[in-house]
Ligand binder design. Structure first.
Ligand code: NAD
Length: 437
């Protein structure tokens, strides 16, 4: 099939390369000329493991091309996938301006029956809005399908190629047929195992928010239990195993840390709360999750401050991990932002390291830290180390070397990566919910 993917960010690039990998001819479009120029030179502007191989192979074989020209790309495509950003607005709602702008250009450029599949995360009712915009300008028949994306950054290629499910939201039989054909190379047209789930558009839109809201809730629940473990002298590492091995509970997304971040959970939680308010509905659990996560992000900062006698002013703090999670360069809403900003506001000096996300953090968050290419170099002269992201390189770090390079002896492990490891004597180690050790 001929597919046009509009928006070449974390989702659009992976979806574009993924659709090409399963045999479709894909044109990826973006308004960002620099991004498209880079892609046309063979450079991938984001870090996503495994994407480079798909990108190179499908470009070489002519199934994957890039352009800023939306008109021509849409006119030659049977399916147009919308994958532009839907950032949070000030009132918490999702900003749909890019989605609706794309809808207009699509309407003006279609050359025959076109299926417009929205992969961007959008509030309930957006499918109808997109349909209205296109209907007011289009000269050809079309259908708008809600096709939310569930991939995880850092594992996006694997998730796209082997999705636990594909949600297709449409009431239009012809559009359902096109979407089933689009995904058929993954699981077959009829998908005997039921991983292709068809439903009405509103339910599809809601599904994405329910999934993210639930995962944010699980993380926040185990974080709160960890904080309580600490207060009562229990150890969350044991407790999560004892509770999570119950198959009704499970261990996935049941790991305590310094809060969730990223480009999705925070804004999707806000958007769902906004949707609920618009419908005069109180989401009490989710509102509490949002508040609790805000506090959780500052736990490592408060711990380091307390260990340093109540003030970080004039002290040097090493921060390991700036990306919102490992295996990505995405720093959007990363807990490290809140921790580094709090440290800087209270006049600490910050020496920061991240294997991949450092350039983005420096550009998007602050210049006022010392950025170190080597993780151990960040420890030089530091009174304490705070770990914000559980990169593999940190998990396997040499704790004796950390102890000897740090000037102070304080390690605050915001991801509990060393909780179960023997630690050198004299290291003042603390994690999240580890109780009395
Ligand atoms: P992103 O910011 O990485 O990429 C969005 C891209 O859209 C940018 O390259 C931008 O230049 C482009 N764009 C904006 N307006 C445009 C326009 N009018 N025409 C063409 N291109 C335009 O965003 P992302 O992380 O890829 O997320 C995209 C959507 O997918 C969001 O709605 C997000 O919530 C959702 N989503 C993201 C993830 C994730 O892990 N990042 C997972 C699932 C769903």
């Amino acid at each position: 099939m001929r597919v046009c993917v509009i928006g070449s960010g974390y989702v659009g690039l992976v979806a574009g390369a993924g659709f090409a990998e399963i045999g479709h001819t894909v044109k990826c479009v973006d308004i960002d000329e620099r991004k498209i120029d880079a892609l046309n030179r063979g450079e991938i502007p984001i870090y996503e493991p495994g994407l480079d191989a798909l990108f190179a192979r499908n470009r070489r074989e002519g199934r994957l091309t890039f352009s800023t020209e939306v008109g021509e790309a849409v006119a030659s495509s049977e399916v147009v996938v919308i994958a532009v950003g839907t950032p949070e607005r000030e009132d918490g709602s999702a900003d749909l301006s890019a989605v609706l702008a794309v809808a207009k250009s699509v309407a003006d450029s279609m050359s025959g029956f076109t299926v417009v599949a929205c992969k961007s995360t959008v509030p309930v009712g957006t499918n109808e809005k997109v349909r209205e915009v296109i209907a007011s300008r289009a000269k050809h028949p079309f259908a708008v399908v809600s096709n939310p994306e569930f991939l995880r950054e850092g594992e996006a290629v694997e998730d796209f190629m082997h999705p636990p499910r594909v949600v297709i939201g449409t009431n239009d039989a012809r559009a359902e047929h096109v979407m089933r054909a689009l995904y058929a190379p993954l699981y077959g047209y009829y998908d005997a195992q039921g991983r292709i789930i068809c439903m009405d558009p509103r339910s599809a839109e809601m599904t994405k928010y329910v999934a993210n809201a639930f995962l944010a809730t699980r993380i926040t629940f185990i974080n709160e239990m960890a904080n309580l473990c600490e207060a009562v002298g229990a150890d969350i590492t044991h407790v999560r195993l004892g509770a999570g091995t119950d198959p009704r509970i499970g261990l996935h997304f049941f790991f305590p840390g310094c809060g969730y971040g990223g480009s999705c959970f925070p804004k999707d939680v806000q958007a769902l709360l906004r949707t609920a308010r618009n419908h005069h509905h109180d989401l009490t659990v989710l509102a509490a999750v949002d508040r609790a996560n805000d506090s959780q992000k500052l736990v490592p900062f408060l711990k380091v401050k307390e260990r340093l006698g109540g003030s970080v002013a004039g002290r040097t703090i090493a921060v390991w991990g700036l990306a919102f999670k490992p295996e990505t360069d995405d720093v959007r809403e990363a807990p490290a932002i809140y921790i580094v900003k709090a440290l800087l506001e209270e006049k600490a000096l910050v020496r920061a390291h991240d294997p991949i996300g450092m350039a983005n953090f420096r550009r998007l968050v602050t210049e006022d830290a010392t950025y170190c290419d080597d993780m151990y170099e960040a420890l030089d002269g530091a009174d304490a180390l705070v770990v914000c992201t559980d990169w593999k390189a940190y998990r396997t770090a040499d704790l004796a070397k950390i102890a000897s390079r740090l000037k102070g002896r304080i390690v605050i492990d915001g991801r509990n990566i060393w909780a179960e490891q023997p630690r050198p004597a004299g290291l003042a180690y603390d994690g999240i919910g580890l109780g009395i050790r």
